[in-house]
Write a protein of this length. Structure first.
Length: 277
């Protein structure tokens, strides 16, 4: 097979010149975007709101004004498993800050932030962000994970343990589900507003439909839905897992349900389903 027959000349540039690896990657990313292979040169942080079938104008307005300041981690939090999820490192930030006693270290990538601190007396030093290299908690997402795991009995446990309070959803940095509320004003019944309200896939009523039908009535079904969205179907679409391994859900759960433990049960659940076929 002629290699040229499978290469897209729109993204191949053998004459490219770049000063460093970062510049080369940015050049390639630009060509991939122009050719339609990726939606944006920037990181995938905005996939849910800006590239998920529609562009959220409210989020976009805030996002365009947002600056991200990174605070590194020298050691892991108790329930964090970010290393397993590959989210323990990032080089996409506007500024990095580290406080060490009386000293403050900054790595500024953004021109606006640089201008703000330009008048402050400072000393030039090499600053490198601190990143966690290992966690006490580790997870393993099975390579053969499929929707067949829905048939497992592992979900029955959460019919009893989960109380459907939704706290895990409300502290999760990647949960984005919402519902709509129509509000009318008492002083003018012809006027009102439609509000978008943060919702939770765990709480009762989330899947209620007109006519009285409701999906996923059992708490175990709700846990199954959330789990597979975090570590299965989201990756099928975007190429990376929705869960970032922060461990906030473990910290906040009043019933001490560990999401990392749920993930680690998936391999046995897949074996259970396979043996039952």
């Amino acid at each position: 097979m002629d290699i040229k027959s499978v290469l897209d000349e729109r993204v191949i540039d053998l004459n490219m010149t770049a000063k460093n690896k970062k510049e080369a990657i940015e050049h390639l990313a630009g060509k991939l975007k122009d050719a339609g292979y990726i939606a944006d040169v920037d990181s995938y942080i905005d996939d849910i709101y800006l590239r998920n079938g529609f562009e959220d104008p409210f989020y976009k307005k805030i996002r365009e004004k947002a600056k991200f300041v990174l605070i590194g981690c020298e050691k892991s939090f108790e329930n964090c498993f970010c290393v397993s999820m590959g989210t323990n490192k990032t080089h996409e930030y506007n500024a990095y800050i580290k406080v060490d006693g009386q000293d403050v270290y900054l790595d500024i990538k953004d021109e606006e932030i640089a201008n703000i601190i330009a008048s402050i007396e400072k000393e030039e030093k090499e600053v490198t962000p601190d990143f966690v290299k290992e966690n006490e908690v580790n997870v393993n997402i099975p390579e053969n994970l499929s929707l067949e795991v829905m048939k497992s009995t592992m979900w029955n446990e959460y019919n009893e343990r989960c109380i459907a309070c939704g706290r895990c959803n409300f502290v999760c940095p990647t949960c984005t589900c919402f519902t709509m509320q129509d509000i009318t004003y008492k002083d003018n019944k012809n006027a009102g507003e439609r509000r978008r309200v943060w919702a939770s896939c765990h709480v009762d009523g989330y899947t209620d439909m007109a006519g009285g039908h409701s999906f996923r009535k059992e708490k175990g079904q709700k846990m199954r839905f959330k789990t597979l969205h975090k570590v299965y179907d989201y990756k099928k679409k975007w190429g990376y897992h929705m869960c970032v391994g922060c461990g906030r859900c473990d910290d906040i759960c009043p019933e001490y349900i560990s999401f990392s433990t749920i993930i680690n049960k998936l391999e046995d659940a897949m074996n259970e389903v396979k043996n039952n076929d």
